[in-house]
Design a protein around this ligand. Structure first.
Ligand code: NAP
Length: 329
């Protein structure tokens, strides 16, 4: 049987993707088939859409964040049943979720609590779990610390601000001035206009010259490098878009800790315990959403047909919050 899907006909052809027909997938052992209701858009889609991936066959389907209803469970699946409302961060080496149906591993999904919409749930995984992983699994962020979160108006930064604030940290973030009101509403104590200010100098001023305890860099190598100037003695940096120059930064006088975050590659790790953390992070963040302690950051809901144009917009790196595609009613 066929299904509707947004087809990527070849590497580099993301702008030309069209909705077409593809064989409906079947769940293998430990897997579930999900009827997708909403899919979240992420930078990884336009990056891999342009760069391709060695494990893909074409036509490929992009999309890593899905929310929907379990239609069928494969052999050896326990704890998840047909009819469950679930959200997941999929394996980008497999066919993705800009489609009517998706398949994923049962142990990496979270049940969506009543009262949380498919659109809000679909906005969470890639950006939200990355923020969660960086803050709590890697840096062990704790009450009383100060954190510098880059690109607070983006998906990862927007979730990180809220999680850090909920956990009792003082939050400094970077954003262009037109987005300062937005990041402050999310909980940032201070917003630095990185386009007109030296963010490292400003972060040092805001911490009386001591520096911040933690940095979450979401921008890239140069930004991560510069961020080291803003770190306190024994400070930590988590980077998700390229490492700082670690070898040059090692110093007896100013000892730092460096954390790499690569959320989705856990699918290829063969490490089931680590894979389960996707579900655990989802459970925690969905509970915060349900309790009104987290904003899902959904700024725009689009159709499947509108995904290619929205990915091009996302690639400008100016989008605020999250864009979600509604796939089915
Ligand atoms: N390693 C991993 O596991 C992992 C996971 C998730 C994402 N990522 C990567 O992390 C990056 C961020 O992802 P995202 O989903 O948060 O992206 P996003 O939502 O597209 O971020 C867009 C935001 O970035 C801000 N921005 C752009 N350049 C900036 C700069 N130099 N300084 C401060 N803010 C800046 C823009 O705000 P302004 O208009 O205010 O500049 C915009 O609102 C992407 O490269 C993504 O691929 C990696």
């Amino acid at each position: 049987m066929n299904m509707k899907a947004l087809l990527l006909e070849d590497k580099g052809k993301a702008a030309e993707m069209k909705v077409g027909e593809l064989e409906k997938p079947t769940p293998g052992p430990g897997e579930i088939l999900v009827k997708i209701r909403a899919a979240g858009l992420n930078p990884v889609d336009y990056k891999t859409g342009n760069g391709g991936n060695p494990s893909w066959t074409y036509p490929h389907v992009l999309g890593v964040d899905a929310a929907g209803v379990v239609e069928e469970t494969g052999p050896e699946v326990t704890g998840i049943k047909a009819g469950d409302r679930v959200v997941y961060h999929g394996d980008l080496t497999k066919k993705g979720c800009y489609a009517e149906y998706g398949v994923t591993t049962a142990h990496t999904v979270s049940l969506i609590p009543e009262g949380v919409s498919f659109e809000d749930a679909a906005a969470l995984p890639c950006a939200g779990y990355t923020a969660y992983l960086a803050l709590f699994h890697k840096m062990h962020a704790a009450k009383g610390q100060t954190i510098l979160i880059h690109a607070g108006a983006g998906g990862v930064g927007g979730f990180a601000i809220q999680l850090a604030k909920n956990a009792g940290l003082t939050v400094i973030t970077t954003a262009s001035s037109s987005k300062h009101e937005f990041v402050k509403r999310l909980g940032a104590d201070y917003a630095i206009d990185y386009q007109n200010e030296d963010f490292a100098k400003r972060a040092l001023e805001l911490t009386n010259g001591l520096g911040v305890d933690l940095v979450l860099d979401t921008v890239g190598r140069d930004n991560a490098d510069k961020s080291l100037e803003a770190l306190a003695f024994n400070g930590q940096i988590a980077f998700i878009a390229g490492p700082p120059n670690v070898n040059e930064a090692i110093s007896f006088a100013h000892p730092l800790s460096f954390h790499q975050v690569a959320l989705g590659s856990v699918h290829q790790s063969g490490n089931v315990k680590e894979q389960r953390t996707l579900a655990e992070m989802g459970d925690r963040m969905l509970a915060l959403l349900k309790d009104g302690k987290l904003n899902a950051l959904v700024e725009k809901v689009i159709t499947l047909e509108e995904v290619p144009a929205a990915l091009a917009e996302l690639a400008t790196r100016r989008v605020q919050g999250k864009i979600v595609a509604k796939i089915a009613e």
